[in-house]
Ligand binder design. Structure first.
Ligand code: 13P
Length: 278
């Protein structure tokens, strides 16, 4: 039984100075194979659901599957709701058994972000759950200015005030990463990360884990990032391998193609789990 609190997983990582990879999963295979890879590598893993995917797999099913596969392994497996903008949706996930949720108020004003995060933190407390917030703007990797313009980055003094006033458990910061495939190689602002880590006592989270050079990630893990979110490349590998394996398949059986997929995706997970120092 290794279903574990995300907060505890991140506090352990913070104490020992490494990052845990959190994957945006979207079906049984993406969840089960991530957990299988984590067990093989003997590292923790966090399974996340992006709210839009509840059309494919409802929160209750996602949560039940994650708990069931976690039961089969010894390594800690966390479950987290990624990027929700909606308090009702967060409540739905908490009811469905998510022990960790993100309220993304990064597009709101500083004061409104605080106001809603406080409400989410209060609500989550009633379920014994923990909360991730975002301060600064982590945009789209297809727009250079979204990740290269430092005016969008998180300011250490604001981060300190934000965490103190909201009571959130971990904080996603903007230090030069963005979501999706980058149009140019990102360069993380590691000096700022060092200052953020000094200013704030909760674990820090880095979004946009697809395409950041490994040396930068490893350093970010040592300097205070304890959770690295990865989505785009996982989705892209599923797509690419599906195309390759189904095009070349001699027998047109979904089952045999899935077995071939498993080997490739588990391999991907096994390597990726270590990129931030776990
Ligand atoms: P990527 O899709 O760029 O890997 O980012 C994922 C993410 O940050 C989800 O919160």
């Amino acid at each position: 039984m290794a279903f574990a609190s995300v907060k505890q997983i991140l506090l352990d990582a913070q104490e020992k100075n490494y990052g845990v990879v959190a994957f945006d999963c979207f079906n049984y295979e993406s969840i089960a194979w991530a957990v299988e890879a984590a067990e093989l590598e003997n590292v923790p893993v966090i399974i996340m659901q992006y709210p839009a995917t509840k059309k494919i797999i409802p929160f209750t099913a996602f949560s039940a599957i994650t708990k069931a596969v976690a039961d089969r392994v010894k390594v800690p497996v966390g479950l987290h709701l990624d990027h929700s903008y909606d308090l009702d949706e967060i409540k739905e996930a908490l009811e469905a058994g998510f022990p960790s949720v993100m309220f993304d108020g990064s597009k709101l004003s500083f004061e409104d972000n605080i106001k809603y995060c406080k409400q989410v933190a209060e609500m989550a407390k009633g379920y014994g759950a923990s909360v991730e917030a975002e301060l600064g703007k982590v945009g789209t990797a297809g727009n250079l200015e979204d990740f290269a313009d430092s005016s969008k980055y998180t300011k250490p003094e604001e981060a300190k005030e934000f965490v103190e006033r909201t009571g959130v458990d971990y904080l996603a910061v903007a230090i030069g990463s963005a979501h999706g495939f980058y149009v140019a190689t990102p360069k993380l602002d590691l000096l700022r990360l060092r200052e953020l880590d000094k200013a704030v006592n909760v674990p820090l989270v880095l979004h946009g884990g697809t395409g950041i050079p490994d040396d930068q990630l490893l350093e970010a893990g040592h300097l205070g990032i304890n959770k690295l979110n990865v989505g785009t490349e996982l989705d892209a590998f599923f797509f690419q391998y599906t195309a390759e394996l189904t095009n070349n398949a001699k027998d047109k059986h979904y089952g045999s193609y899935t077995v071939a997929m498993q080997e490739r995706i588990v391999d991907y997970y096994r390597k990726k789990l270590h990129v931030i120092g776990a």
